[in-house]
Design a protein around this ligand. Structure first.
Ligand SMILES: Nc1nc2c(c(=O)[nH]1)N[C@H]1C(S)=C(S)[C@@H](COP(=O)(O)O)O[C@H]1N2
Ligand SMILES: [Mo]
Length: 349
């Protein structure tokens, strides 16, 4: 069953589809920066559809019974970190204290952060999954960059349902989409076992056909675009939003993706010779079987991008050692091997 931890435990070798394990001890940082000013004391409020709106300080939360939760972290951009141990207070405990009313159907978590980040879940799901207000991770206070002093941990959902820097819990009669869900089209249900990463593309077939013919995507929002197999050589796509777009087997020779968002884009088998991916967001993108000779990845984010088993990479591919370090272990090994192999072949000839 999808939510049965014992069957789906990544540390036992089971990973949700399309996920890759980080190397032991690594924990990537994702999302916005920590709040510039942490109030003293830090308060967590509970309000909305409750009988007794309340707040707790961190010390008061630490004085409540604590529970430990071992979770496999699955980020939507395809990295997974197995068996992180979080400790803190069950959401259910605070909602019982505040008296959730019968009209409470959704729970919205709000962050103390610059953009007022939030995420939400059906209340029944949050309780059934055992959502936790985490204060510690692996025996230490939660580091601020990972949401300290307090974050939500929602097991069984992509990690964007685990809000950092928790300021307020609000019970709602109607759902209110969170930041990533509203602004970036992240799937609102977010079950990694069902690969609920994104909602369907907002681009109509006609729009897509027109743009593909023009070969100019500059600055456009084309999330989830279907362009597999198209001739898009010399495409202009600087600053375009191409998250989850399908460019499989495309001719993308000389394409300009400078600063484009290509996270989770499908570029398998694409011809990207001479393409510019400078400062592009390629997190979770798939380049398997792509021709990347003379492609330029300078400044691009490659966290959890994949290249194996057949991407064509050689000494003309501009990719830095520090970028290879951010790949998952199997992928880093592949890129290193083809780069070394290529150099040896060049020396031998
Ligand atoms: N306040 C806040 N919480 C957030 C985010 C964010 O940008 N702001 N990003 C989410 C996403 S997409 C992920 S994958 C996780 C990342 O947590 P980490 O940086 O501790 O790995 O935090 C989630 N919670
Ligand atoms: Mo994420």
């Amino acid at each position: 069953m999808p939510n049965n931890r014992n069957e789906n435990d990544a540390s036992l070798g089971h990973l949700p589809p399309g996920q890759q394990l980080v190397s032991a001890g690594k924990w990537p940082l994702v999302g916005e920066s920590p709040p510039a000013h942490a109030p003293e004391p830090w308060l967590v409020e509970v309000g909305g559809c409750v009988d007794r709106p309340r707040h707790w300080t961190i010390d008061q939360l630490r004085a409540l019974p604590q529970e430990t939760l071992t979770v496999d972290i699955h980020c939507v951009t395809r990295w997974s970190k197995p068996a992180a141990q979080f400790r803190g207070v069950r959401l259910e405990r605070l909602l019982d204290a505040a008296g959730a009313r019968a009209d409470a159907q959704f729970v919205s978590f709000l962050a103390r952060s610059e953009r007022g980040h939030s995420t939400s879940l059906p209340l029944a799901d949050a309780l059934q999954l055992g959502a936790l207000l985490a204060l510690d991770c692996n025996g230490r206070p939660l580091p601020v960059e990972h949401g300290g002093p307090i974050r939500i941990v929602t097991p069984g959902r992509y990690f964007y349902k685990s809000l950092k820097w928790l300021a307020r819990i609000e019970l709602l009669a109607e759902d209110r989409l969170g930041y990533w869900e509203a602004a970036a089209g992240y799937h609102n249900h977010a079950d990694p076992w069902r690969e609920e990463r994104y909602i369907a593309s907002s681009v109509s077939r006609q729009q897509a056909a027109r743009l593909i013919a023009s070969r100019d995507f500059t600055g456009q929002d084309l999330r989830g675009l279907s362009a597999a197999g198209r001739d898009l050589s010399q495409l202009r796509a600087a600053d375009a939003l191409l998250r989850d777009a399908d460019f499989r087997d495309c001719d993308l020779r000389g394409a300009d993706f400078t600063r484009a968002n290509l996270s989770n884009a499908h570029l398998g088998g694409a011809d990207l010779k001479n393409a510019a991916l400078i400062d592009a967001d390629c997190e979770g993108a798939n380049f398997s079987g792509a021709d990347l000779r003379r492609a330029d990845f300078t400044g691009a984010s490659l966290l959890a991008a994949s290249f194996s088993p057949t991407a064509m990479i050689d000494a003309t591919t501009r990719i830095a050692a520090a970028q290879i370090d951010t790949l998952m272990p199997v992928e880093a090994a592949y890129v290193q091997a083809v780069l070394c192999g290529g150099k040896r072949a060049m020396r031998d000839s």
